[in-house]
Write a protein that binds this ligand. Structure first.
Ligand code: NAG
Ligand code: NAG
Ligand code: NAG
Length: 394
């Protein structure tokens, strides 16, 4: 039953992800050549190869320009020593420290002013499910006082949709573009989310934030609001069970007399700290004491190696969630699917109907796009009869 890698759904799925990712946000990249181009004739093949090479060169060139922008942004942050630069490709897209909410859980915001801030780090990556996952998570976080959402996107540019989305929420936030280095994209399985979390740690260091709580909250989890009051009390490192993990449907500490003595997790694999990313929180003062703190690019071992890097030992772990008897966070996950291409002639995407606006929204969120000659022919129906678009829009 034990696989050489952590038997997570996402580890299994992530390997077919990279080429799809480049197809996301086509407003930025433009539409790439389709698979069908490869089958017809040799001439077409040559054209296809040529266009792929050209797009690749443009992509590389564009990447280089971006790296320059990234570096200049980083250069403006304090404490920019090499030691702290554990994510070289990072771009700080936006950061907002003001909280624009008037009330949180029926209390005025100022009632919470003395609480430590929770830095909630969410690695995310372009995919069809990205926008709905983040919308759902955002509506949990809106109920949480004193929170700073660090949203780190695995993409080498700042995404305008995500930025607008974050600004409108009114939460304090940092939007990072923290692409996985190309080298790791070729690995199977890919160490997904690592560049993002490294980017967040780097940002916290560069901003010299040594007060508050660090929590790694992925975008495909479900969070009970009680989790936030529990982790806010973290002195050094707290731990608690996570639901829906692997074979046991749970992963978490075993607690005896209020002390953590071992771990319940179906995938041991010599991990000293066999816990889920969502199963622990770290006090930033404790993190700051460990200048070697890092998260290596090793799929399945990210939690273990991070916790080793901050010199964790069993005696200092603070069990939460009623001595680890309750589940306050769930690894829900969403069914993943490739984003859709609707074959709709561009001439129907004008202001005669909502169609143009609708497709534009879906496109910005990386959910679906329209194409003149690719994808499934799109029909519209009325009274149970499918009709071509021209029936309604000419
Ligand atoms: C970081 O904060 C600490 C304590 O608040 C302060 O002593 C130190 O000078 C700061 N460092 C930088 C680089 O801002
Ligand atoms: C956890 O267990 C310890 C030791 O049995 C006990 O003193 C403490 O009250 C428990 N904590 C909670 C929140 O139940
Ligand atoms: C950090 O790592 C370096 C190199 O591995 C080591 O020499 C140093 O002692 C470590 N520092 C701490 C505080 O653990």
């Amino acid at each position: 039953m034990q696989s050489p890698f952590r038997n997570k759904e996402d580890v299994r799925q992530q390997n077919d992800y990279h080429h799809k990712e480049l197809m996301q946000y086509p407003a930025v990249y433009g539409n790439k050549s389709s698979k069908s181009l490869w089958s017809k004739s040799i001439t077409i093949r040559k054209i296809a190869v040529f266009s792929v090479v050209v797009s690749f060169l443009l992509y590389v060139l564009w990447g280089t320009i971006n790296v320059t922008v990234v570096d200049s942004t980083i250069g403006t942050l304090p404490d920019d020593s090499n030691r702290n630069r554990i994510n070289e490709l990072q771009l700080v897209c936006n950061e907002v420290f003001t909280d624009n909410r008037d009330f949180i859980q029926n209390q005025p915001r100022k009632n919470y002013d003395t609480l430590p801030v929770i830095y909630f780090v969410t690695p995310t990556y372009p995919r069809r499910e990205q926008a709905p996952e983040l919308i759902r998570l955002a509506h949990t976080l809106l109920h949480v006082p004193r929170i700073h959402w660090i949203l780190a996107n695995d993409y080498n540019a700042c995404n305008a949709y995500l930025d607008g989305f974050l600004v409108k929420l009114g939460l304090p936030f940092t939007h990072l573009a923290s692409p996985m280095p190309e080298f790791y994209r070729k690995k199977k399985p890919m160490p997904r989310g690592v560049a993002n979390r490294r980017g967040a740690i780097q940002w916290i260091r560069q901003r010299n934030i040594t007060n508050g709580i660090l929590y790694f909250g992925d975008d495909d989890n479900t969070y009970d609001l009680r989790l936030f009051s529990e982790i806010r009390e973290t002195q050094r490192v707290s731990m608690f069970p996570v639901g829906l993990i692997e074979e046991y449907s749970v992963s978490g500490p075993i607690v005896k007399k209020g002390k953590v003595v071992g771990f319940l997790d179906s995938w041991v694999a010599e991990r000293r700290w066999p816990v889920d990313m969502a199963g622990f929180a770290t006090n930033l003062a404790y993190l700051a004491e460990h200048s070697n703190a890092s998260m290596p690019y090793k799929p399945g071992y990210e939690e273990d190696l991070f916790l080793r890097s901050i010199k964790l030992n069993l005696n200092i772990i603070e069990p939460k969630a009623r001595n680890c008897t309750e589940i306050l966070v769930w690894h829900t996950q969403t069914k993943t699917r490739e984003r859709a291409t609707l074959r709709i002639s561009n001439k129907y995407l004008d202001d005669r109907s909502n169609l143009g606006g609708l497709i534009k929204s879906l496109d910005a969120m990386g959910v679906a796009s329209a194409s003149d000659n690719e994808g499934q022919r799109t029909v519209i129906s009325k009274n149970g009869k499918a009709r071509p678009l021209s029936y309604f829009l000419s």
